[in-house]
Design a protein around this ligand. Structure first.
Ligand code: PCA
Length: 324
């Protein structure tokens, strides 16, 4: 066969079309801002996937709830509106209490315990997600949660009647049991919520405290180390299975690396962000014996309530965790 211009044109066209078909673009909504370590980790994950697939899968991260607001992210991934997204696991507490096991006070309040709890719960959580055709790619904890106020907290009594910002069911219930008045506020809305007087205190990590410039509206941080809630990255199973096998593998490898990198980054955050808060005038303190006692009482009530909600699967999960 003689190669002529027509053949070459047809070949060029097939190359262009071939490339266009091989290249997949994914939009990925995340709830937290660019200065957050979770977002930085996810940007790196997206970069790793792109590199490993030679640009065949290009994930564009839309941080800070800019594409889809936090409360909608899970269902958007489930419905296939977007193929992949990040959210805090405990946000799914209303559909299944197992998703908030990482937010039961003092059940796992340091990194070693949090890792064990994750090991004990990962499979069952992945399986619950798979029932909704969602694949769990990786999960990374926030630093331990503490209490931010405009006054010192010595016994917990001081929190009576205080309007307290919460972000999941556990932070809401903890506030309630301490006699405070909880209000759900997403991280990007924190400065306005304080500015307009909707809230006067909050439960969150040193990370989110520093990222939202807590010193502009608060003065004290109590490093109570209540729990370490996790963010997770989920992908629509159908979208995942529609990818070539090599791309699926590349995602899984990048996810495993992101998980490890994320846990390390989270550990480094605690001290780094506490130092930034101190530099900016926040008074950081460890909880007094009286406060520990009060928080442990409230924690015991919440663990009991959680066990009642989570039934025998919850009991089995706790037993698996304690056996590790
Ligand atoms: N930051 C997020 C979740 C937990 C945390 O440390 C928040 O405050 O909403």
């Amino acid at each position: 066969m003689k190669i002529n211009a027509k053949h070459i044109a047809a070949f060029m066209l097939s190359v262009v079309i071939g490339n266009a078909q091989a290249e997949t673009n994914w939009d990925m909504p995340t709830p937290y801002g660019d200065s957050n370590f979770h977002t930085a980790n996810i940007l790196e994950f997206a970069k790793d996937v792109k590199e490993a697939t030679d640009g065949e899968l290009n994930i564009t991260v839309h941080s800070g709830g800019s594409l889809i607001k936090h409360p909608e992210i899970k269902n958007s991934v489930r419905r296939g509106l977007v193929p992949i997204g990040e959210l805090i696991m405990s946000r799914l507490a209303n559909e299944d209490p197992l998703f908030e096991v990482d937010s039961v006070p003092f059940l796992a309040s340091n990194y070693d315990e949090a890792w064990k709890l994750y090991q004990a719960s990962r499979d069952v959580l992945a399986e619950r997600l798979e029932r909704q055709r969602l694949k769990l790619l990786f999960a990374v904890p926030w630093p331990p949660q503490g209490i931010y106020t405009r006054f010192p907290v010595e016994t917990g009594e001081e929190l009576q009647g205080v309007k307290m910002r919460a972000y999941n069911k556990s932070s809401e219930r903890l506030a309630e049991l301490l006699g405070a008045v909880p209000t759900q506020v997403e991280v990007p809305d924190i400065p306005v919520a304080f500015g307009t007087g909707r809230v006067d205190a909050m439960i969150t990590s040193p990370s989110t405290g520093a990222n939202t410039r807590a010193w502009d509206y608060l003065s004290h941080f109590n490093h109570a180390q209540l729990w370490l809630p996790k963010n997770m990255v989920i992908v629509n199973s159908k979208a995942f299975e529609g990818l070539p096998e090599s791309t699926q593998k590349a995602i899984e490898t990048a996810a495993a690396e992101a998980e490890k990198r994320g846990w390390d980054a989270s550990k480094a955050e605690t001290d780094a962000k506490i130092a930034i808060m101190e530099e900016n005038g926040i008074v950081v303190s460890e909880p007094s014996d009286a406060l520990v006692k009060r928080l442990k009482e409230v924690g015991a009530t919440m663990e009991q309530e959680w066990l009642e909600r989570a039934g025998k699967d919850g009991k089995a999960l706790i037993e698996a965790y304690r056996a590790l």
